[in-house]
Design a protein around this ligand. Structure first.
Ligand SMILES: [Zn+2]
Length: 70
């Protein structure tokens, strides 16, 4: 019997995710909103104001997310 070491790649659909995005032109840092603060943050890298926007992202690994709140 043939065993491949390769794990088959699962196709994970991306979904629109709310993120904070740095408004600086020189910085493209962003972070997911769900597990950050609810106040508007400043960019941890350049201290510029961040704006709420959306980005296509693969959903977070299931386990870690669900464990947080229950
Ligand atoms: Zn920044």
């Amino acid at each position: 019997m043939y065993h491949s070491r390769k794990v088959p790649l699962e196709v994970i659909p991306e979904e629109m995710t709310d993120i904070w995005s740095c408004t600086s032109d020189d910085c493209n840092l962003w972070m997911r909103i769900n597990f950050s603060m609810d106040e508007q943050p400043v960019c941890p890298k350049c201290k510029t104001k961040m704006i709420e926007t959306k980005k296509m992202l693969t959903p977070l690994a299931n386990n870690s997310l669900y464990r947080l709140k229950s």
